[in-house]
Design a protein around this ligand. Structure first.
Ligand code: ITT
Length: 200
């Protein structure tokens, strides 16, 4: 059993990570450590922010720490919200408010089919005792819908249709999302790093 501490308090991320990695891994997060303060994401890329979060926690707590920095890039918005995905509609905005803002911005630029192309990115940083051991990337391409659909998942899932599918991540549910998501792709690289023969 490999124990991983995820440098997040986002329970949705933690649940997906445990589901994707499966029973060979035991995944916890910072909800068990209220004394660890939030790490401010001052980086200018997913990778920088993932490293900041992983290092920040791994200097305070022992064992393997992973941080997930992720977000949605939309072509018609020049790649926004990107690294600002979590706070796109303000610091305390709900997922619904973030989705509403994104759809409003797309309506404002009159984005039609092709320019509604988007991708989710996930950058995972693995650290231990203040040292980064590796960085793992995953991407999934897709399209932004006109209206939210489905209630599974979190964040922008109800408006993202992965390429080759007709249903949103919000409609597909965890079994399907966790096969093909940006997070699943990054985590498979992490698994191969930690358990080298697992990728064969
Ligand atoms: P931590 O930094 O504590 O891990 P966070 O939610 O603030 O939690 P990020 O800074 O990485 O995380 O922001 C990622 C945001 O991107 C997240 O809040 C969602 O709005 C969006 N996002 C990331 N992965 C997603 C997914 O799989 N489905 C839907 N939205 C996602």
């Amino acid at each position: 059993m490999i124990r991983l501490l995820v440098a997040t308090r986002n329970a949705h991320k933690t649940r997906e990570i445990q589901h994707i990695l499966g029973s060979g891994f035991s995944v916890r997060d910072l909800r068990a450590y209220p004394q660890i303060s939030e790490i401010i994401e001052t980086g200018t890329s997913f990778e920088e922010n993932a490293k900041l979060k992983a290092l920040g926690v791994s200097t305070k707590l022992p064992g393997l720490v992973i941080a997930d920095d992720s977000g949605l890039e939309v072509d018609a918005l020049g790649g926004a919200p990107g690294i600002h995905s979590a706070r796109y509609a303000g610091a305390n905005a709900t997922d619904t408010e973030k989705i509403d803002k994104l759809l409003e911005e797309l309506a404002r630029v009159r984005a039609k089919n092709d320019s509604r192309r988007a991708r989710f990115h996930c950058l995972l940083a693995l650290a231990r005792n203040g040292e980064v051991l590796g960085v793992f990337e995953g991407t999934v391409k897709g399209q932004i819908t006109q209206q939210p659909r489905g209630s599974h998942g979190f964040g922008y899932d109800p408006i993202f249709v992965p390429k080759g599918f007709e249903r949103t991540f919000g409609e597909l549910g965890p079994a399907e999302k966790n096969q093909l998501s940006h997070r699943a792709r990054a985590l498979e690289k992490l698994r191969t790093f930690l358990v080298p023969r697992s990728g064969q």
